[in-house]
Design a binder for this molecule. Sequence first.
Ligand code: SF4
Length: 328
Amino acid sequence: MDATAANLLLDHHRDHARDLPWRMTPRDPYRTWLSEVMLQQTTVATVTPRFLRFVERWPTVEALAAAPDEEVLGEWAGLGYYARARNLIACACAVAARGGFPRTEGALRKLPGLGAYTAAAVAAIAFGEDAVAIDTNVERVAARVFGIGDRKAAGEAARGSFPAGRHGEFAEALMDLGASICRPKAPNCPACPIAAQCKARALGSPEAFPAPKVKRVRPHRYGIAWWARRGDEVWLVRRPGSGLLGGMAALPGPEWGEERPAANAIAIHRHGFTHFTLDLMVVPCAEPPPGEGWWQPVGELASAGLPTLYRRAVEAALEAEREPRLAA
Ligand code: SF4
């Protein structure tokens, strides 16, 4: 994209930038960082209300660092990709300990959990550094403008398009274009400020860029979730601090495996993770299994901080208790 196209995009962005709650003037590094972490793999529509709750509860990085881990993980429940929440806590503690966010991409990259994209985005957007933030939106727009099939190559080609001194603004302009006009499906080319520069449009096939990812077959796994009841309460545990769903509230159960267990489930919840599909079988048991846990009132399950997998499994089990003949 040449300087003319970059200016056209920036002019368009000045009038059409999305009004998002983390885009205050001047940009706040805490909110910029928090939004970028939340937006990884999650849509703006899902993130917005959760972001607002987060900053109402913990308005500064110091407040977040001082919060108990269980409360932060509970507030994250339902957003998925829980390693992000654990990294968020570690990063908040590191930033609070050093007295604030570092201002450069290189120093930000050294913080726990900050990948190349997030470090560049925070440096460019919050601190005005000429760092280049390339996310999937930017890759898609670049793939189309330059007519390059390979996503990563398109992202690299976009690096030279960022105008000096305006990297943060340009990154946001590209993100907004990718989210609202140059969408993955049905791009709205007639409304695009850089349509005249776009090779994919000239070829008549914008959706063909970038080339589609090769779909991998996801392996299947099975798990048991023990369903121990005591009156109107159910036994919950906290998962180990590391690994999938680490530190999150859960139903108890053994490690998941590739063999389907021979067990009488009252409900089975199928859940898609990034790398595999899980059938979680909810199996009644008379006593809680050994180990630490707590009795959670069924009427207060919403405040237990269960991630989506366990929330859905619990809902399926409660439904099966109400309608036993319809159960799995
Ligand atoms: S012209 Fe169409 S395909 Fe090209 S950048 Fe604009 S919206 Fe995307």
